[in-house]
Ligand binder design. Sequence first.
Ligand code: ADP
Ligand code: MG
Length: 260
Amino acid sequence: MRVWAIANQKGGVGKTTTTLALGRGLAMRGYRVLLVDLDPHASLTRAFGVPADPQPAGVLDLFDENPPELARVVRATEIENLGFVAAQTALATLERRSATQPGLGLALSNALTRGGQAHDFVLFDCAPTLGLLMVNALAAADHVIIPTQTEPLALHGLKGMCRTAEMIQRSRRRPLPVSVLPTLHDRRTRTGAETLKAMQDEHGDMVWNDAIPNDTRICSVEVLTHSSPAAQYPGRGLSAYRRALDWLLLTESRVMEQAA
Ligand code: ADP
Ligand code: MG
């Protein structure tokens, strides 16, 4: 099982879209994939047609004192090999609970240790807040993927997220590769090209040498959450995500080789 945390402390950078597109891509390659919605706004959950209110069974249950088996909260999707765990809006109350209930930082790690073997890949769609859920995701992760818009303001958020990942990396024994995925890229603007270059200059090999273009078709929920023939239409966005997936898998295998 490999665990990927799709994270950025900035909102609207394409985290949920990236989680769906990479998860769908891995499932279509035959891997058994589990997506976990860690955002109380529950965009991913809603994308699969599950309302976040009334509270569905989902991530919050894994933080109970006697948590259920992971399989109990996994839902199937229309896409073969792709399951997900729903977010509840009540996830927002978790921070308060962490003051009185110790050990919550490893709740997701523990859930995966108990029941993660059924999945080849687990992808966390993180909330844009540095809190207990993000700490849980990074503690369990084998790879952090930071989607970043190619606009100047996003560079700041990228730095913050890299610092957070470094901090977590220092407190654990195994390596935590970080990959930066430029998203929502508009090739036609000078700002887009300049920001992409600045990102690559500053963060080097961590940054993909390509970018996910602005493509309204990939954000369509129908495309990303259904397996209908119309959804097979590649389009610029999805073929870019396919190339990104090749790069991420290659990056990860290199890191694992070095660590071995
Ligand atoms: P986050 O999870 O980081 O908040 P989302 O994945 O929800 O970001 O994306 C924010 C918005 O941008 C959504 O409306 C989404 O549909 C849209 N979007 C994401 N990626 C792209 C893209 N490559 N091209 C066009 N629109 C996109
Ligand atoms: Mg999101």
